[in-house]
Write a protein that binds this ligand. Structure first.
Ligand code: FE2
Length: 157
């Protein structure tokens, strides 16, 4: 039994809680995929890509904490367990082993793109029931879209 009194009515809390839980899982998995790529990138652009990936890890972890704590604040218990992430992430698993710098950036673009599509659906779903949660989702999606832009620019000849 969760002890926090929600500022939202039950129906709204359910909708917003699902959006925040989905965002949490995607952000945790984004941090894991970016770390995997950070460790396994090879090639002439190693250093810039390696360092950029840690920026994505930090961003994903920061926002994961924010959405988890927003869920708690509306009376929804956040679930960041490994099994839950594995079952419900919207991101494809990172490639196994060493990955060239271009393929690494491609994998990052794909991961960010998958998360952004889902975040925008969550933004649409939360605006009416809870603009406070929506504001958090909008802010983090802007950050993800900034990194998506930079990653795409890196792989454009
Ligand atoms: Fe590192």
């Amino acid at each position: 039994m969760y002890g926090v009194k929600s500022p939202l009515p039950d129906a709204d809390r359910k909708v917003v809680g699902e959006a925040l839980q989905g965002a949490l899982v995607d952000l945790i998995d984004l941090s894991l995929v970016a770390k995997q790529l950070h460790w396994n990138v090879v090639g002439p652009r190693f250093r810039s890509v390696h360092l950029q990936l840690d920026e994505v890890v930090a961003l994903a972890r920061l926002h994961a904490d924010t959405v988890a704590e927003r869920a708690a604040a509306i009376g929804v218990s956040p679930d960041g367990r490994a099994g839950t992430v594995s079952r419900s992430s919207g991101i494809a698993t990172a490639p196994e082993g060493a990955v060239t710098d271009s393929a690494t950036v491609g994998a990052l673009v794909a991961a960010l793109g998958a998360v952004i599509v889902r975040m925008r659906e969550r933004i649409a779903a939360t605006g009416d029931p809870d603009p406070v949660s929506q504001d958090i989702l909008i802010g983090l999606t802007a950050d993800l879209e900034k990194y998506s832009w930079m990653a795409q620019a890196e792989n454009t000849a």
